[in-house]
Design a binder for this molecule. Structure first.
Ligand SMILES: [Zn+2]
Length: 163
């Protein structure tokens, strides 16, 4: 079992490294979730275009305020991902950050949840759409001890049912 866990961790790390080199698609966010025991780690990447409406270094007061407000939501709002109530999951750490390169800007959210009843985890809702209305799709990679699954949710149907 220990070997398997190490292997899963390696997959998570390499997926993260690859994702940062690829260009994002405007309108679409990427979410990676890894589940190990009672702990869920997640990493979201959201195009700046869909969070604040621009992708360049914030210069004006309005732009700086927009980044500050978005970072506040992405760090403090605990409903960006909502699991079914029975799983008893609570966000224990979450941090939003801003990344700018030559062509794009994106916001990243790294977080962790602890679940009181992880075996009851059977569905979740992506809450991001409520805060960033120009976002239309979130592409999800979920890694568990059983392997990797991919899901895609839309603003109209932001739910994933794992049953
Ligand atoms: Zn972009």
């Amino acid at each position: 079992m220990r070997q398997l866990i190490t292997f899963v961790t390696l997959i998570v790390l390499s997926a993260t490294a690859n994702a940062s080199k690829e260009d994002h698609l405007h309108g679409q966010a990427v979410l990676e979730m890894s589940i190990e025991g009672d702990t869920i780690n997640y990493l979201m990447e959201i195009p700046g275009e869909n969070v604040v409406g621009f992708e360049k270094k914030p210069e004006t007061t309005a732009e700086k305020d927009a980044v500050k407000e978005a970072s506040d939501i992405l760090t403090n709002n605990k409903e960006l991902i909502s699991l079914n109530y029975e799983a008893g999951c609570n966000v224990t750490a979450q941090k939003g950050s801003l990344h700018i390169d030559d062509e794009h800007m994106e916001f990243e959210v790294e977080g962790e949840m602890k679940c009181g009843s992880p075996s009851s985890f059977e569905s979740f809702e992506i809450g991001l759409f409520k805060f960033f209305p120009s976002l239309t799709q979130v592409n999800i990679e979920m890694i568990t001890a059983n392997g990797m699954s991919e899901y895609s949710v839309t603003k109209e149907s932001p739910f994933v049912d794992l049953k």
